[in-house]
Design a protein around this ligand. Structure first.
Ligand SMILES: [Fe+2]
Length: 387
């Protein structure tokens, strides 16, 4: 029988124009803020300046850390944590895609405690962060779900370990989810981030601990993505599509918190830990269908539900409906050019055993909730099938 354990402490304000709430909210969070963002897009769109101006109106002094790269690294977390310590920052704003927001969470537990970020990573120092600084998340993409979960994904460039951490004190205190600021997201990012959200939802739905609370959100998120991603891909300014994709990302983030992803995310972390130029959403699309085929005997009943509910499959036999669901998923990914092979992306065959072993080890928590009791060898075989 199912079990539900829910801890969702983030205040989420979801609406067009939500960013403007920052002025009033910031006043209650302190006098000094560090804005953590990427190198260019929030400057180009004017959003960074808008946030600085809102903070100024609220009487909050702001500092900007704008070095965050895709697949963010622990060195930058440590560098920003030093600024937080030195300037006595009261709260941190993660502004941008998953990388700046995840980095903001990582900085928030590093700065007020001793040492470096890697000290607070289970496969690193293994310490539990006692203290944290409040984080406000302002996502500009609709995929990671980081606005509604405690997770931060950070890579150690020395060891190539791409870890996911999450503690009770790494939820944002406030998330301002504003579909308006997502309309400038380029076509390829629109597809990558939406598919990240899709995989959060489908993996949570297939998780051995899936429950009715997360199931209803997971199915809804997948349906919205299948309906609205093609629309936003063609016309990024379509606010109905952006709003639905933004909500799909947030609700898929909640499913991650309630239930969690499975081995597809471990495969992807193994892959992009070694090949950081491969975008997270693309990596998930490459390995996902092969994983589902691999665990099919243990997952077909749930895949059949996805087929019927999300892709409109009309088939009463569960095994057949499950097979069609995987085909429909591949067809959907094909619309956005996401069915690549690892060999096309420059992955070296000899790296596969290390990628599998690393993914299995650093994200073991999500491997063990995958139907079918996967081993590192199974993950290696899945990578080989994707090659
Ligand atoms: Fe993800």
């Amino acid at each position: 029988m199912f079990k539900i354990s829910s801890y969702l402490p983030t205040e989420i304000i979801f609406r067009v124009g939500a960013v403007d709430e920052l002025e009033e909210r910031a006043k209650k969070l302190g006098k000094k803020a560090l804005i953590v963002t990427g190198r260019s897009s929030t400057k180009k769109t004017g959003l960074l300046q808008r946030v600085v101006d809102l903070l100024k109106k609220a009487g909050v002094e702001s500092f900007v850390f704008d070095k965050i790269i895709p697949n963010p690294i622990s060195d930058h977390v440590d560098e920003a944590a030093e600024i937080v310590r030195k300037e006595k920052i009261d709260f941190i704003i993660g502004l941008g895609g998953g990388s700046p927001i995840d980095s903001a969470k990582a900085i928030s537990i590093t700065a007020p405690n001793e040492g470096k970020f890697w000290d607070y990573v289970p496969v690193g120092g293994g310490k539990i962060p006692e203290k944290s600084i409040p984080v406000v998340a302002i996502p500009t993409t609709h995929g990671t779900g980081t606005e509604a979960d405690p997770f931060a994904v950070i890579t150690n460039p020395q060891t190539k370990e791409k870890v996911g951490i999450g503690y009770r004190n790494t939820f944002p205190v406030l998330s301002l989810v504003d579909p308006e600021v997502m309309k400038t997201l380029p076509k390829d990012q629109t597809a990558y981030t939406s598919m990240d959200a899709f995989y959060h939802a489908i993996e949570s739905f297939l998780n051995v601990n899936a429950n009715p609370y997360s199931d209803v959100l997971a199915l809804d998120a997948m349906k919205r993505i299948v309906t609205y991603l093609p629309v936003a891909y063609e016309n990024g300014e379509d606010m109905e599509a952006r709003t639905n994709l933004a909500w799909a990302s947030t609700e898929a983030g909640i499913t991650e918190t309630l239930t969690g992803v499975i081995a597809n995310h471990a495969l992807e972390h193994g892959l992009s830990g070694f090949y950081p130029e491969i975008t997270h959403g693309l990596g998930l699309c490459i390995t996902g269908p092969y994983l589902f085929e691999y665990i099919f005997d243990h997952a077909y009943e749930r895949l059949a539900i996805v087929g019927r509910e999300v892709f409109g499959v009309y088939e009463t036999d569960d095994r057949k409906a499950g097979r069609i669901a995987i085909k429909k998923l591949r067809d959907f990914q094909e619309m956005f050019g996401l069915n690549k092979r690892l060999s096309e992306l420059g992955v070296k065959k000899e790296d596969i055993p290390k990628m599998a072993e690393t993914g299995y080890r650093i994200l073991n928590g999500v491997v063990v909730v995958t139907p079918g009791n996967l081993t590192a060898k199974d993950m290696e075989e899945i990578f080989n099938r994707c090659y």
